[in-house]
Design a binder for this molecule. Structure first.
Ligand SMILES: [Zn+2]
Ligand SMILES: [Zn+2]
Length: 93
């Protein structure tokens, strides 16, 4: 049994996450995300994957990064668009 750092729930399935020298205790991933996950510099959503980082800012996706003026980013959404664009170009030949 341990008490969640975020909500105070004393729960038998609580777990610890260590970041650097600090050990945090949580009762669920939602509380862990609330406390530890970085927020997108544009839309403020919690970033629970890798996100993307540029000039010290972290973004949830390439779209948010671009809307903040970052130009050298791409993610899978862009990749898919690129593949679709190539497909259309090939069909046009
Ligand atoms: Zn909690
Ligand atoms: Zn965002």
């Amino acid at each position: 049994m341990a008490t969640c750092d975020v909500c105070g729930n004393d729960y038998d399935k609580s777990f610890e996450i260590r970041r650097g020298q600090v050990i945090h205790t949580f009762d669920c991933f939602e509380c862990a995300i609330h406390r530890l996950a970085p927020q997108c510099a544009r839309c403020a959503c919690r970033i629970i994957g890798h996100g993307m980082e540029s000039e010290g800012q972290i973004y949830c996706c390439a779209s948010c990064a671009r809307q903040h003026g970052v130009t050298d980013v791409a993610d899978r959404g862009d990749e898919r668009n690129t593949i679709e664009a190539i497909g259309r170009a090939v069909q046009a030949l």
